[in-house]
Design a protein around this ligand. Sequence first.
Ligand code: SF4
Length: 334
Amino acid sequence: MRVGIPRALLYYQYYPAWKTFFEELGAEVVVSPPTTQAMLAEGSARVVADTCLPVKVFLGHVLSLVDKCDRIFIPAVRSVEKKVYNCSKFLGLPDMTKAVIPEAPPLLEVDIDVNEGKSRLYQSIYAMGRSINWNPFKVRQAGLAAWQAYLDYRELMSGSKLTPPEALAGMYGTAEKEPEVTRTGPARVKGTVALIGHPYLIYDEYINHRLIRRLEQSGNRIVTPEMVATPELKSAIAEITGGAYWTYEEEVVGAGGHYLQSGADGVIGIMAFGCGPDSLMMDMVRRHSVGLGSTPFMCLTLEEHTAEAGVVTRLEAFTDMIYRRKKKDRAVCV
Ligand code: SF4
């Protein structure tokens, strides 16, 4: 059986776990290629205009897999932490996909909701595993191996300060066709810029107009949420909001709070136009940056009509400002 995995939304967080799980069960994993203009246009054509950009991209990836696999894996991730909730788009992703892409092969669905208790969660994963391999011991073994692959992946990123595409390239080589594996960093570092936001915005080079490469080519070192250990992200959230409400708040509020206080000369928040959770979370980070008054913060909102020239202009203006601040600080110290 060939299992298709769209290279979008939660792919950057969980791909090693998913790949391990399906391969342990004897399936072949097929990943959609990096996002293209055609994929975005095809995904957008299936939904109303108000749908957020990452979901349109996701549907484009599903469409690109339609004739390349026997099943497509689309989890409904409701909650991965008790009393912390995910955006409604993730909850309805399998149903939305079936409704707007009726020609898609059957989906492999699983409900991830830790609020329902561990046994319900295990049953849900087990039921999906049994639909691929009847052997219950194999399914259990695949689940354990997937969890270990996830932990190794997180450890690799935070321990070695790697972005998800770099870590994936390190783990699986060029076979995964990661677009950003040749990141070498600038020859002379003029400043350190932290990018905060969801991985499906930060690492999709098509929708963010090659943000990381551009910043590095103009002399910046880039740091991202995955490079910060979980306890530090959680303590930053506790300081800013008192406790997480949204799943993946660590990528926005946690990383924002951390980098505003240490490790960066400037922080850029990346969000999608029309995203409810992010508009709240980014505003909290912005307010926190104003309160601290130490590290500059800029929010960059992406949508399908975002012009490359507009992104470049805003990046240049922001980085020029942080270089000037650095120079001024050095002059005061002297
Ligand atoms: S969190 Fe925002 S960008 Fe992500 S899927 Fe939900 S609405 Fe879209």
